[in-house]
Design a protein around this ligand. Sequence first.
Ligand code: HEM
Length: 528
Amino acid sequence: MEFVTSNTSQVLGDATLIQTSTHSPTSTVTALVGFLVFSWYLLSRGSKNRPNIYGNYDFDAPIIGYQNGILGRWQFFRNGPAMIREGYAKYKDNFFKVSGNDLLIVPNKYLQELASMPPEKLSLNTAIVDAFQRLHSITAVITDHSLQTRMINTRLTPKLGHHVPLVQDQIRKYLPKDVPATENDWTSINALDLARQLVHRGVATQFVTELAEDDEYLSTAVKYSENGFKHNFLLRVFPDRIKPAVAFFLPTSWGVDSALRKAKRMIIPLIRERRRREKEDPSYEKPEDFLQFLMDGGVEINDDDETTVQRLMVTYLGSGPSTIIAVAQVLFDLCVHPEYVEPLRQEALQVLRKNGYTKQALYEMKQMDSFMRESQRLSPPTLLGFNAIVRTPVTLHDGVILPEGAHIQMATYAIGTDPNRVPEPEKFDGLRQFNNRKREGESNWHQFTTTSENNLHFGHGKIVCPGRFFADHSMKMIVTNILLRYHIRFANDSRVRPSNSSMYDVLIPDLGTCVEFKVREDAAECAF
Ligand code: HEM
């Protein structure tokens, strides 16, 4: 993400240079660049971009900002939050578009009917493939009903309880190394770096047992997913027609390709060894990890080993960045609202004293659940969600027709902070959902993983994140372990939350913010 910003300014810097040096030997290059920019402008001028996003051109709705594709995209890249805010303020019960014609924002009143549509009509995965712009090392295995999503739903999620103690072993072992604080002094650590380390180790424990502690594997997974997202962000400003050419020259696409090649070199021998043992050793017990689930599930669809590894790596795109950002945001909120620390610690201690870290213990951390959801409501990873492309024309209950190819989203942040939907929406109330769950008959509603018309940060209905239960476990384990072992604060005990920056509709927590840690006097008594 830093890469995008620094390269963007670099690109602008170069452009300025080119404009002011027309008499230099670079004039041929200048002319060529000028020609390309002009062609780019012409290509993006209101023309339909087939076969990608094109249905939005056939749907009449007000556009917030510039209509021209390239100007609209650039404007959305820089001012996404303000444009979405403006659109929602003016048209919240109607359709509007942002980023030129790219995104059609659908009002919440259509949620239920859209959420129940099958992917043959309304497809999240077509939108994901579109977002990763012909990056074959990612998109080749992303399809509706893809094996990785089926395996998350049917094999990984039911096994989360089995994984809890394994992940806890890793946290117990590595947390003191990742946070090398003492009882005497405050130790400052970059929040995102720490979150990245802790989240990825937990994911690896559940994805590839043999490599859970292999730092080279962890960095390969990080490289794959972070380059994938940077690539997506960079390409979004270009017209669809020139994306394949641009994509070819972007270092991010080489980064994804090389991480995938490396992952294959590390994992394919493990797959072969597992298969050999399964065949030859009657006492062999298959690991209960995601790699094994993909190997087993892949048999019936004739996946080769390379495809299995690619499915595994693609799942890092879902499991890595969004969970890392969510953990960092929760740590920031705890530093800004330290009054929640003691109640959350006491809740954790109370449930963990019964049986230690178990699935049930994590379920019983209801105040923590509520705190995480409030943190996500006010600092979600994206301001838009419910991301999908219409595959066949859809007629809505009032006769409105969404044309084939329309790329829709909903203004999820604006919905979750709308005073007509959520009382005192600007206030951070860490126990908001904990208190809502006390209402008659609502004790299982309002959870971090529960989606609803007012809570769309994991999607809803069929357009939904299958990894939300996994994320819930990872986050609760990481945050409670930190609270039980450390005092935390911002430098100088500041209560000022570092502001999020943005790129399009994506919210980015401040990359440089550090949190300070000091080992608690009672840490040893709270080690589970
Ligand atoms: C806090 C963390 C997470 C957030 C906020 C999040 C959010 C989302 C959202 C919003 C979507 C698309 C639905 C939409 O656009 O409305 C999605 C899809 C997806 N997520 Fe997550 N996610 C998280 C963690 C995870 C984890 C841990 C995994 C894997 C274990 C995962 C795997 C996926 C997959 C595979 C999809 C695509 C679903 C499909 O193919 O149908 N996510 N996620």
